[in-house]
Design a protein around this ligand. Structure first.
Ligand code: PLP
Length: 222
């Protein structure tokens, strides 16, 4: 199957209101362009250096989503290119994104990354930690970031019930956070979850952004 066929096969199965982020990391521009030519406009990258190298070589109407762990010293580099940073995992990072966005006079959409998986290595706020930070108002008053919702990754496991529980927790947390802290914010409306192997489960739990790489572009060569 071609990139185009893979892409269209995923898109056909997405319900209305769920968008596809084509995760192009590790794939060269000519391959990524096949998805662009098939109509895809949202692409995801997880390394600052790769994003900064790729974005200028591709059309301007692409929305680049940053989906990897972001080191604070890389924020300035990526800010001109990203339409959304999905992987905000600390208050300090959020503040810095705000500062750098302000510096160049723009607003950046962000998602707060939630840690729900069993693997310790994955980053993100624990549910309790996120609620505490929001209660303390530590994310208030940042004018150049727009908090659009939550992002999460499920455990890498064959146990679908485990994945199901984790996505359900994300959905529940989204509802709580929206009601308690973003009730008046119409643009707090995104839940990013689901990858090649688990996106159908994520969609059943309210995902509005699925991040799919391998199922579109094939395996990555690291
Ligand atoms: C690589 C990556 C994906 C895509 O994974 P696939 O299994 O290739 O679909 C999704 N989300 C994040 C955060 C990633 O780093």
């Amino acid at each position: 199957m071609s990139v185009k066929e893979n892409l269209l096969a995923v898109k056909r199965q997405l319900p209305q209101g769920t968008e596809l982020v084509a995760v192009s990391k590790f794939h060269p521009v000519d391959v990524v362009m096949q998805a662009y030519e098939a109509g895809q406009r949202i692409f995801g990258e997880n390394r600052a250096q790769e994003l900064v190298a790729k974005a200028p070589q591709m059309p301007d109407d692409i929305c680049w989503h940053f989906i990897g762990h972001l080191q604070t010293n890389k924020v300035r580099q990526i800010i001109p290119y990203v339409s959304m940073i999905q992987s905000v995992d600390s208050v300090r990072l959020l503040q810095l994104i705000n500062k750098e966005a302000q510096r160049i006079g723009r607003t950046v959409d962000v998602l707060l990354q939630l840690h729900v998986a069993q693997e310790e290595a994955k980053s993100g706020f624990a549910v309790d930690e996120l609620l505490t930070v929001l209660t303390l108002g530590e994310m208030d008053g940042l004018e150049a970031v727009r908090i659009r919702g939550l992002m999460a990754m499920a455990s890498l496991t064959e146990d679908e019930q485990q994945i199901e529980r984790e996505f359900a927790l994300v959905q529940h947390t989204f509802d709580v956070v929206k009601e308690e802290f973003f009730a008046d914010a119409n643009d707090f409306d995104q839940i990013s979850m689901g990858m090649s192997h688990d996106w159908p489960i994520a969609v059943r739990h309210g995902s509005t952004l699925v991040r799919v790489g391998t199922a579109i572009f094939g395996p990555r060569e690291y």
